[in-house]
Design a protein around this ligand. Sequence first.
Ligand code: GLY
Length: 355
Amino acid sequence: MSKSITRRGFLGHSLGLGAGAFLANPLLAFQPSAGEKTPLIITSHTNETGKRAMEAGWEILTAGGSAVDAVEKAANIIEVDPEDTSVGYGGLPNEHGIVQLDASIMDGKTYNAGAVACLEKIKTPCSVARIVMERTDHILLVGEGALTFARQWGFKEEDLMTDKARKSWLKWKESLSDIDDWGPPDHLKDNQKIAALFSDREEVEHHYGTTNVLAVDTKGDVAGITTTSGLSYKIPGRVGDSPIIGAGLYVDNEVGAAGATGRGEDVMKCCASFYMVMRMKEGRTPQQACEDALKLIVEKYKKVNPEFFPSEKFVAISANGQYGCASMKGRDLPGMSVRNQSGYNIARGSVLMKM
Ligand code: GLY
């Protein structure tokens, strides 16, 4: 991924970050670089489904298939996993209990892109985004228009809410407030019970989810997908960074690709994926570009609320087969699933932790 980095080295290439404000966790070191090899496919998902997705994408790449086909196939596998509450089928719903999905795709070879936002009832939003990219002159379709478009192209409408996601949503509603009518009846509440009920508030599943899939094929063409159910329990209609080209995803065939997970509001304001690709164009490695984008966000927030600590994780690949990832927080180094000629592995990036 990237050469080892010391605390001094990390600060040395920061973007003017105030000394001591944010540091790389000194306890966590990088894994050694895996070198430069193409074809290559990566995802920000490091679970078993992520591994299966990488193997499926790899099969396409090694058969001479395109990066676009590989990222779509891989992302579809993650999207239809009912156990995954961050993406596609089984994703956590909005505050009204409706699953609304966002996704984007970009093809470096054609410099074309497509996206959908607030798409309901379709398990594979990235495939709808691909048709927007390839069969229209538009880039982004939203809500009812996106669903009508998907219907016209033969996508099956399905209930995307799994029992697991519904239970998480109900638990969230019950833990929201002790003065609304969600939760046990008033006559069953006493102070101890209320305390017990809300003491586990932090255990309510709540996240920004998202997966990125990026690939380089045997011809050297680069493509990427970002797909998500977005912020859990969001205000209906809220759109995050994932379907915004330049924010949640960006691809440049000459340079590489980058994708974001985490709080979309942060990612959109700094056009993080575009920024990472432009940093790589200036000679930064994917690992360094991910760190540069995180530092850009930290630097901005430092001026308005030094206590605020964003939650992003960025991944990036170069057209020549390097890769990297970095995250704002977490006890462990952020991971990414990587498949190339060396096989499948979970590569580790860098984490910025507030000191
Ligand atoms: N990164 C996903 C979202 O904010 O919706």
